[in-house]
Design a protein around this ligand. Structure first.
Ligand code: PLP
Length: 417
């Protein structure tokens, strides 16, 4: 039985007050909060066995190396990867996607080749491909959305063809919350010989994700969105793809032998980890994985479904609200973007902060999607393992008051809002 009150006790930050009110943290899609176990793991590493990895022969270096490589194994297990050699540590999802763009795209794409993206991508899965298209002459194609905020699958199938080299798409939209049918899309892409990159920044933290079942070739995700520290993320790639890829960055660690004029490369995945890696955060990420595994990813998903369904129904009570994305909670993750009639989302965010409620306002690094929706920005509430129905109630009550306040102020000013 999932007990959210027990979960909350593990997150010291949730005891905070903001503007004299209990913190209501509804911004987990931007970054999640951290359980005490993660904070302790960081302190433990720095207080007991801080050392550089792979290089030293002293005890501390051996302990740090063992823990760092164990973290790789744990990340691989968490996503069902066959081997830890399929996991490259990166700073975050963004760096993982750039790694594919530079180490695979730059060498593989030719003029006239096509990369299929979607209109709901985060900038981190758009801009690297734009840079790559400029460098290689490849063309970008984009899948539109339907009125209910799902991908237009008919349009997707029409975009696929013999020149499609890659389909790069998000598993879950960070604005609409839409969970995309990645498995079917990957199968279709593969039938044309294209590779599939899945942006798992929002899915790996919230859904049970197994790379073998997803049938993806690349999966990018970030530790900080799944209870882990900032500054650590991962790229999963099929091992034979990594083997065929050239390095993305040069320096220490990623080489086998260096001559003055040329070098040979280390084995994968170390070939792609130039310089001293983020040892502490990789190790502390394991505490986050332990935490999520103890809860179980299926119960985590079930909790978020319940909270999202409740939020979708309660938010509709707010006068003048527009909610974006699929109507049914089952079609989405724990993200709800909305706008209040005539109140700018930044004003919504600032007003909610006065009630101790943290939401995000802006384009959420998805400008093309907002343009497609005909708006500049949205307010976004996002949920996680520690979110309660009472917090949704607090959000709805504060939104009622915000709406009322702005209506009154505009009325006194004698102008329409
Ligand atoms: N992709 C999606 C769908 C996201 O929501 C985010 C972050 O919000 C990213 C990519 C980028 O993640 P990071 O900033 O950790 O690289």
């Amino acid at each position: 039985m999932y007990d959210v009150q027990v979960v909350r006790k593990d997150f010291p930050i949730l005891e905070r007050q903001v503007h004299g009110r209990p913190l209501v943290y509804l911004d987990s899609a931007a970054t999640s909060q951290k359980p005490q176990a993660v904070i302790d793991a960081l302190a433990d590493y720095y207080s007991r066995y801080n050392a550089n990895v792979h290089r030293g022969i002293h005890t501390l270096a051996e302990e740090a190396t063992a823990a760092y490589e164990d973290a790789r194994r744990r990340v691989a297990d968490f996503i069902g990867a066959a081997s830890p050699r399929s996991v490259v540590f990166t700073r975050n999802t963004t760096e993982a996607i750039n790694l594919v763009a530079y180490a695979w795209g730059r060498r593989t794409l030719r003029p006239g080749d096509e990369v299929v993206l979607t209109v709901m991508e985060h900038h981190s899965n758009l801009v690297p491909w734009q840079l790559m298209a400029q460098d290689t002459g490849a063309a970008l194609r984009s899948v539109d959305i339907t009125e209910d905020g799902c991908l237009d699958l008919e349009a997707f199938h029409k975009l696929l063809g013999p020149r499609t080299r890659l389909v790069a798409l998000t598993h879950m939209s960070n604005v609409l919350g839409t969970v995309n049918p990645v498995v079917a899309m990957a199968r279709a892409a593969h039938s044309y010989g294209a590779l599939v990159l899945v942006d798992g920044a929002q899915s790996v933290p919230h859904l049970p994700v197994r790379v073998q079942e997803l049938a993806c070739d690349f999966l990018a995700f970030s530790g900080h969105k799944m209870l882990g520290p900032t500054g650590i993320g991962a790229l999963y790639a099929r091992e034979e793809l990594l083997e065929a890829m050239e390095p993305f960055m040069g320096g220490g660690e990623m080489i086998r032998e260096v001559q003055l004029e040329r070098s040979t490369w280390n084995e994968v995945p170390w070939r792609f980890e130039a310089g001293t890696p983020n040892i502490a955060d990789a190790i502390a990420w394991v505490a986050a994985l332990d935490y999520l595994e103890a809860l179980g990813m299926a119960p985590v998903r079930a909790h978020e479904l319940e909270i999202t369904a409740y939020a979708l129904s309660r938010l509709q009570e707010v006068p003048g609200i527009t909610i974006y994305g699929p109507r049914a909670a089952e079609d989405r993750g724990g993200v709800v973007a909305f706008n209040l009639k005539e109140v700018h989302p930044h004003d919504v965010g600032t007003a909610l902060d006065q009630y101790g409620i943290a939401v995000r306002a802006g384009h959420h690094c998805a400008q093309p999607l907002h343009r497609r929706l005909g708006i500049g920005s949205t307010a976004r509430a996002s949920f996680y393992v520690y979110t309660t129905a009472q917090e949704i109630d607090a959000l709805v009550a504060a939104l009622h008051q915000t709406q009322e306040f702005f209506t009154r102020v505009a009325g006194r000013a004698g102008r329409p809002l």
